[in-house]
Design a protein around this ligand. Structure first.
Ligand code: RB5
Length: 145
């Protein structure tokens, strides 16, 4: 599975920890940022989102201070279903019910241990289809697809 990950300066330590955690199991592309110098999160959200919709990546992960800015930006790209998650139950549910294709995490919200468990839970879960498919189609209609 191909995973693209990006962050701003508020998420760089957690982003690096996630890359280290996943790199032996998955094909991970790290699009930065690579330093703690202040940057604008929408640029990173847009690049990860486009890599997912272009199918250069199967799934995306975005990290900022809260995960919220990244999710707001990534969800502007048609076809992206980005979810901010802070617990394992929601991580599983948002794959199973929402078919989320981008996971957004907040470095200033989560400890590293919980964040890595959330990542593992999200990657292991699968979309359940069925009644959830109809609801995703309704969301797609809102995008004008
Ligand atoms: C950067 O200071 C911070 O605003 C950003 O990382 C993120 O939390 C925005 O939602």
């Amino acid at each position: 599975m191909k995973i693209t990950i990006g962050c701003d300066h508020g998420g760089i330590h957690l982003k690096d920890a996630i890359v280290a955690h996943l790199k032996n199991q998955y094909e991970v592309t790290d699009i930065g940022t690579y330093s703690t110098e202040s940057v604008d999160f929408p640029s990173y959200a847009e690049e990860v989102a486009h890599r997912v919709t272009n199918k250069e990546a199967d799934l995306g992960i975005l990290v900022c201070g809260t995960g919220i800015g990244m999710s707001i930006a990534a969800n502007k790209v048609p076809g992206i279903r980005a979810a901010v998650v802070s617990d394992c139950f929601s991580a599983q549910a948002t794959r199973e019910h929402n078919d989320s294709n981008v996971l957004c995490l907040g470095e200033r919200v989560l400890g590293e241990g919980l964040a890595l468990r959330i990542v593992d839970t999200w990657l292991a879960a699968e979309f359940q289809g069925g009644r959830h498919t109809k609801r995703l189609r309704l969301v797609e209609k809102m995008e004008g697809k």
